[in-house]
Design a protein. Structure first.
Length: 703
């Protein structure tokens, strides 16, 4: 199921050799509306800036709007900031947003897993690329391929269709640059991993009608987490062809092959206490364990500017991912942290197809100004599993003196079968009406016809969950000034239910879709030296949990209500401070006796984050430091076990200077400076080892 020819990396080495020991800090590419033709203009900027509330973000069926004009809680992180902090995972990208919780380490069989507002995002529907479907299960997206990462928090059923009420992560691809550009970078991560990256772009033709952007990446070596390793090769290609002033064609493609070793699951029964955490570099994996994921995505699109006020878009996306892994699951068997080691070997394959047509524009009718977005979408997902998946108890040990065994001989076998297939067909429309200079109202609806089939190894349908649902959204917005928006919004959504965890009696059982509702009020403001956003939210969602008989059930509903606050302050000319706070009250209601009234599994009561950046400490030198606090959270539905709170600290610097006409950037970062030992929550009764102190350095040259 994989190509036999390995990813060719010689071009990377040749280019990096030309760069010598230098590689680049990011040339900063920022998308600006060109105002002419159908394409955006991408220029190189000399300074690094944080995303502002006035910058546009994707709102799915709402179209692209500024954060300031979006009646929901949003967040955007630019590629400059991602690169400056040497972030290697989505959890690191978003760690200074206090509504986001990292619940899995980057090196594991289930990386890139995060929660928002205490709700885990849907691996198959919660992570988009340029607003379209993407497979995020089992792999970390190659961040080097993206211009920014956007977050839309809360229910997104109207905007994107089925998905977790926690929110949506949208990766925005790098676009062709207006001028020719070429950069080469080399990085090192403590543990031994070395990364090489080339980024080049430009335009061809007399009027620059054909644009291109190419990113190539190779990384290989050890990592600190569980004394594991990482090996990945990735390529990203983005093409634009301006056929005329009104028509543009685009093609985007990403390929990644990612192998990793690390990320043992520690499974806690409510019969035993949560053990004290082990050091983040403790080796727990068996010899031969690890994860191997091959991922590809390609998209073709057309944009047609029908008039100065109306644009139509047509796109087709296909994406595939195949994951083969062996992993250890340490089942705790005593209060002294003794365990049984169950080794699982599986293959999972996923294939997405999505076609979408939409148009958006402005019109004046009945004396009012309207912004209209409408479209149709069709999405298919097919899931494949290995027919025989060993789940064997092979040894025993103690967390503080682990018994490392050899599992080279444990492999999935017996062929593969289609275990699940889902289909979504949708039509959506929204209208934002400007009532006065200060007041506007948004109304929208998405009609979705959904079907989920589960299959046996013989290809027989074992469960079928059809659904037809119209998910509405309404919002009222008031702008007391051009730089401030006060809003109230209501939205409904559906999501594909979770399957029963492998540790339960009814392992892998599928369930009917879950319903959810959300009401939110908030305020956003953008001032000359600071911006801030605050939101009060109330979410109700169908509940799933593991009961006392170790059966995973769909029962009752979970209520999430809280407040979140985020701000960026330019304290002095060169000092900026970014901070956030979330206070959350999440509980289970209308469930079986013994569970109603309990705190929702995995939902912390509070989170906080602060990051300070001091620029021009010396000419070209900037320092940054930050901290994240995660409050305690319940590990099981009965609230028997609670995961302790923890605080992490990070710091680093970046230095930019021009040598021989080339911009050279040097970056360094240390995460978890205090080398804090901690557990991360993954799912009910599942823990992972928290990442240890890790130093990273990167050098980049812009030619």
């Amino acid at each position: 199921m994989r190509p036999t020819t390995p990813f060719v990396k010689s071009s990377l080495h040749l280019a990096l050799a030309a760069a010598g020991l230098c590689a680049l800090h990011g040339a900063v590419f920022a998308a600006e509306d060109s105002g002419e033709g159908a394409l955006s203009k991408v220029v190189i900027k000399a300074t690094v800036e944080k995303k502002k509330l006035g910058d546009s973000v994707s709102g799915g069926a709402l179209g692209r709007k500024s954060e300031l004009d979006t009646p929901f809680s949003t967040k955007a992180v630019s590629s400059d900031e991602i690169e400056d902090r040497l972030a290697t995972s989505i959890s690191e990208v978003l760690k200074y947003d206090a509504s986001v919780t990292a619940i899995s380490p980057p090196i594991s069989t289930h990386p890139a897993t995060i929660q928002m507002r205490g709700l885990r995002l849907d691996d198959l529907n919660g992570y988009k690329i340029n607003g379209l479907a993407n497979i995020n299960r089992g792999t970390e997206m190659p961040l080097e391929m993206f211009e920014s990462v956007e977050v839309l928090k809360g229910l997104t059923g109207f905007m994107y269709g089925f998905g977790s009420p926690g929110g949506i992560v949208n990766y925005v691809s790098k676009r062709p640059t207006t001028d020719k550009s070429f950069s080469a970078a080399m990085g090192y991560q403590e543990g031994g991993a070395i990364k090489e990256h080339i980024d080049t772009g430009g335009r061809l033709g007399e009027e620059g009608g054909f644009g291109y952007r190419l990113n190539l990446l190779h990384e290989d070596g050890g990592v600190q987490e569980e004394s594991g390793s990482i090996k990945r090769n990735a390529a990203g290609l983005n093409l634009e062809w301006r056929v005329s002033n009104d028509v543009a064609l685009t093609y985007d493609a990403i390929y990644q092959r990612r192998k990793s070793v690390g990320g043992t699951d520690v499974v806690i029964s409510p019969l035993y206490v949560v053990p004290k955490p082990v050091a983040g570099d403790t080796k727990l994996n068996s010899i031969g364990a690890g994860s191997d994921v091959e991922y590809s995505l390609s998209t073709v699109g057309m944009e047609y500017r029908m008039s100065p006020e109306w644009v139509a878009n047509l796109s087709y996306r296909t994406s595939s991912s195949t994951r083969v892994y062996k992993k250890d699951q340490y089942y705790i068997t005593s209060n002294k942290a003794d365990y049984k080691d169950r080794v699982t070997s599986e293959l999972h394959g996923y294939h997405f197809d999505q076609a979408q047509a939409s148009f958006e524009g402005k019109v004046n009718a009945f004396g009012l100004a309207h912004e209209i977005v409408a479209g149709v979408s069709s999405q298919n997902l097919s899931s494949t599993s290995s027919a025989v998946t060993p789940k064997t108890y092979l040894g025993t040990g103690n967390l503080y003196a682990p018994n490392i065994i050899n599992v080279d001989g444990i492999n999935w076998s017996g062929g593969t079968y289609r275990d699940e297939a889902t289909r979504q067909e949708a039509a959506f429309a929204s209208d934002t009406v400007k009532l006065t200079d200060n007041w506007s109202v948004l109304a929208g609806a998405r009609y979705t016809r959904y079907n989920d089939n589960a299959y046996s190894t013989k290809g027989v349908v074992t469960a079928n969950y059809p659904a037809q649902r119209t998910t509405p959204t309404v919002a009222l917005m008031y702008k007391p000034a051009a730089d401030t928006t006060v809003y109230g919004s209501y939205v409904e959504a559906m999501e594909q239910a979770s399957s029963a965890p492998t540790s339960t009696v009814n392992a892998n059982q599928t369930f009917a879709p879950l319903k959810s509702k959300q009401a939110e009020v908030g305020i956003k403001t953008e001032r000359s030296f600071w911006n801030a956003s605050a939101a009060l939210f109330h979410i109700k969602r169908g509940a799933q949990y593991t009961n006392g008989a170790n059966v995973f059930v769909e029962d009752g509903e979970t209520k999430y209500q809280g407040v979140e606050f985020n701000t960026v302050v330019q304290a002095t000319k060169n000092l900026s401070i970014e901070g956030g706070l979330m206070l959350l009250d999440a509980s289970l209601e209308n469930a079986a006796p013994g569970y109603s009234g309990k705190r929702a599994v995995g939902a912390p009561r509070r989170q906080m984050s602060v990051q300070a950046t001091w620029r021009d400490v010396l000419p070209g030198l900037a320092l940054h430091a930050g901290t994240q606090y995660l409050g305690e959270l319940p590990m099981d539905a009965a609230n028997v076990n609670t995961l302790p709170a923890y605080t992490l600290f990070d710091a680093g610097f970046n230095y930019r200077h021009r040598y021989f006409g080339k911009m050279v950037s040097v970056r360094a970062n240390i995460s978890n400076i205090a080398n804090r030992k901690y557990w991360t929550y993954y799912q009910e009764n599942y823990l992972n080892v928290g990442s240890p102190r890790t130093a990273s350095v990167n050098v980049r040259v812009d030619f």
